[in-house]
Design a protein around this ligand. Structure first.
Ligand code: FES
Length: 322
């Protein structure tokens, strides 16, 4: 688990849409939060004791509070259900510092934000920054209906309205056509940022990667897709700790995190499923077999980082910068 968590007070709770509730929190000691970049997420520990990751949807240039929104999941094991049912205004929560694997690309010619449902949250913080810095962008927001669309009154405000396009009630069979029309006019050098249910993002990625004018598609997942079986020819491999020279064998069905723990090296983790990036470390030598869901295509191809909770190795040895 992460070491650096701290307490915050809940100042406001708002129902943003059917089943989606936002929580505005401030530091218990009255100090401002550290600056964070749009697209960041935080760990939030619910009163049930369960920790989950939630994207920040506040204005990243206002650091007196943080805002995150939680969708009540019917299958909740105590994370979203506890936050919806057991948190009141004035109560306290434990959160972790913002982490970001979903950053705006500064050299982008144009930013296309494409979100669905609760996936609006990281895109909202991006929209704040893009609007305040006068960078060109359009935000396409898909929801089952107006009642299921979060932050609608905010998105309708003058500062955003001209850049926001709403898509309500699009049938699954029509989604590809609708997305293609959203991406069709992308100018050269456009970066696409998407967040929402996995099948939605899969379509955005497929269409985006086959559209010539789109430079890159970046995405943020809220839940892990099933982990593919390993394709590595090495069932077991060695990990070398660059700082000490220690070498530890990672056996079949063991994670790098667990193997390192046997020699007393603790890697911070949070989700344990390859979606949050907490366990990411730099790779000095060797070729990772990426089995996470949070690194971008460019980061995977560069093979310079690895998520130690789920990823393995395509080479017999990985030297890690720890
Ligand atoms: S702990 Fe979340 S990606 Fe590894």
């Amino acid at each position: 688990m992460q070491a650096s968590t701290f307490k915050v007070r809940v100042d406001a709770i708002r129902d943003e849409a059917q089943g989606i509730r936002s929580f505005r929190v401030s530091r218990v000691d009255g100090q401002p939060f550290d600056k964070y970049e749009p697209g960041a997420h935080i760990d939030v520990t619910a009163p049930s004791g369960i920790t989950r990751q939630y994207s920040l949807c506040s204005d990243p240039d206002s650091n007196d509070h943080l805002l995150f929104a939680v969708k009540r999941e019917p299958e909740s094991r105590g994370g979203s259900r506890s936050l919806h049912d057991e948190v009141e205004i004035g109560g306290e929560l434990l959160i972790g510092p913002p982490r970001n694997l979903f950053r705006l690309v500064h050299e982008a010619q144009f930013h296309l934000l494409v979100g669905a449902g609760i996936g609006i949250t990281p895109l909202l913080s991006m929209a704040y920054r893009l609007e305040s810095s006068s960078q060109p962008f359009v935000l396409h927001y898909f929801a089952r209906s107006e009642e299921h669309a979060a932050f609608l009154s905010l998105l309708s405000q003058q500062r955003f309205a001209g850049n926001v396009k709403l898509h309500f009630g699009v049938e699954p069979g029509d989604l590809g056509t609708e997305l293609r029309s959203c991406l069709a006019d992308a100018q050269s050098g456009t970066h696409v940022y998407t967040c929402g249910p996995t099948p939605f993002m899969d379509q955005v990625v497929a269409i985006g990667e086959s559209t010539k004018s789109i430079a890159e598609v970046l995405l943020e997942r809220f839940s892990a897709a099933p982990i593919e079986p390993s394709t590595s020819s090495f069932e077991a491999f060695d990990v070398k700790v660059a700082s000490t020279g220690q070498v530890i064998r990672v056996v079949k069905d063991q994670s790098i995190v667990d193997a390192l723990a046997t020699i007393g090296i603790e890697i911070d983790t949070s989700c344990g499923e390859g979606i949050c990036g907490t366990c990411m470390v730099d790779v000095v030598e060797g070729t990772p077999e990426h089995r996470d869901h949070c690194l971008s295509k460019a980061e995977r191809e560069g093979s310079k980082v690895i998520c130690c909770c789920v990823s393995r190795s395509l080479s017999p040895l990985l030297v890690l910068d720890i």
